[in-house]
Design a binder for this molecule. Structure first.
Ligand code: CP
Length: 339
């Protein structure tokens, strides 16, 4: 924790193994707090956390709010429909209003890629001591989801001591709409950092070949990759082949709201080719856990029966783990606000 040096959390491309393990260890501790009778810690007492969601959310917004309250922070939730945006105020002026009110951490979700990064540049340029925590921007990044998925998998493979080592040499398959998914991108950074090999599976319209190189180069503007040796990324168009030898499978929602054109002509045919069902899971050759970040479209990317089968899917565990993960992230960003 002494070496934590992120003032903002915008994506996972700059995370080192030490950063991941710091988050996993803290999350394990906060999970115990979340389950204890008091449920609260005074860690962020007096700090102001603003949840600014310019795009709809159920899980992320609620769990950030709960996480902040568990750490005794004051929380302000912003809702687009009840805000002065309808009177012509720009999102930037809305955000600056919360900074003027003394927000220590701004949790931001926005449909446009890079809004959180631009805001982080703005506060740094102006020496404002407010941290930006990206809660999902466009296709780009959803770091808290990537981390809660990592924690959920690490806990599945090593229940007593989840760490980055728990994922080393595991084969994780991610199926579906990779192109429009910030969750897939954050998972690619996190899983390969831990030495897992990731197989991406989907049709070419939702999974372009370029994804094979996604984690091979630092993103634009970043000079180096803090991870010495990442796991490999593979692309497999056939679900049957992709599931062979998998240790875990993640399926993703078809993000119709982000599709510029109608790139899936027939949902029934998509479901028959890429839908996860008890039947298709037999191709894994052993019992493996199924993850889905939610919200779920039953009968499109996953069967209703599988959504309701808690002996296989980890969906409710992902939601549950979202609270201690977000406690850990708020705690780490709040540390330098206590001086
Ligand atoms: N997984 C996720 O980001 O869900 P919400 O859109 O409900 O926050």
């Amino acid at each position: 924790m002494n070496n934590w040096n992120h003032n903002h959390i915008l994506d996972l491309s700059k995370f080192s193994l030490e950063d991941y393990n710091t988050v996993l260890e803290l999350t394990t501790r906060f999970k115990d707090v979340h389950k204890s009778s008091s449920r609260k810690l005074p860690a962020l007492q007096g700090r102001l956390i603003a949840n600014l969601f310019f795009e709809p959310s159920t899980r992320t917004r609620t769990s950030f709010e709960l996480a902040a309250k568990r750490l005794s922070a004051d929380v302000q939730n912003f809702s687009v429909s009840a805000s002065s945006l309808s009177k012509g105020e720009t999102p930037l002026d809305t955000i600056l209003t919360y900074i003027s009110m003394g927000a220590d951490i701004l949790v931001i979700r926005h449909e446009s890629t890079n809004v959180p990064a631009e805001l982080a540049n703005y506060v740094d340029r102006n020496n404002i001591n407010t941290s930006i925590l990206n809660a999902g921007d466009g296709f780009h990044s959803h770091p808290s989801q990537g981390l809660l998925d990592l924690f959920t998998l690490a806990t599945f493979f090593a229940p007593n001591k989840p760490s980055t080592n728990s994922l080393t040499n595991k084969k994780i398959t991610i199926v579906g709409d990779i192109l429009h998914s910030r969750v897939a991108r954050s998972n690619l950074w996190a899983l390969t950092a831990c030495g897992a090999d990731v197989t991406l599976c989907g049709p070419p319209t939702l999974l372009p070949e370029e994804f094979i190189d996604f984690v091979q180069n630092p993103p634009p503007g970043q000079r180096f990759d803090p991870i010495n040796k990442r796991g490999s990324v593979f692309i497999e168009r056939s679900l049957k082949e992709a599931l062979k030898n998998s240790d875990a499978v993640m399926t993703l929602r078809l993000q119709k709201e982000r599709m510029k054109k109608h790139i899936i002509s027939d949902l029934d045919s998509y479901y028959s080719q890429y839908g996860l069902t008890h039947q298709s899971l037999k191709w894994c050759e052993k019992k493996v856990p199924v993850l889905h970040p939610g919200p779920v479209n039953r009968g499109i990317e996953i069967s209703s029966e599988l959504v309701e089968d808690n002996s296989i899917n980890l969906i409710s565990k992902q939601v549950e783990n979202g609270i201690p993960i977000r406690m850990a992230l708020l705690y780490l960003l709040g540390l330098n606000k206590n001086n």
